[in-house]
Design a protein. Structure first.
Length: 105
């Protein structure tokens, strides 16, 4: 069983930057043998989940982590077999977002 699920934010700026990476000389093709699937998370869902984590759990994260948490919640809502686990690693913090509309009231 492949243990990884890739989470991708559905964001035009990020997709543009991804295209720049793919066109660069440093690009190495993604090893498709190491993950099960890719989940695309909408920007609004990622932001809403980041805000929800801050408000309900006191966990201040950025948009990428919001996308990761959204995908984890989505996967957790499916039927799990006994003994299965789900681990979500939240890949960024709130520092660069504190002055943005992500955490504005």
């Amino acid at each position: 069983m492949k243990p990884l699920i890739l989470v991708v934010e559905d964001n035009l700026d990020l997709l543009y930057n991804l295209n720049l990476l793919l066109e660069s000389n440093n690009y190495k093709p993604l090893n498709t043998e190491i993950y099960d699937k890719i989940i695309t998370v909408g920007y609004d869902d990622a932001v809403a989940t980041a805000r929800k984590l801050a408000r309900l759990e006191g966990i201040f994260v950025g948009i990428s982590a919001g996308a990761c948490a959204w995908a984890a919640i989505y996967e957790a809502s499916k039927d799990f077999e006994k003994g299965e686990n789900l681990v979500a690693l939240l890949p960024d913090g709130e520092e660069k977002y504190l002055s943005t509309d992500l955490f504005q009231i």
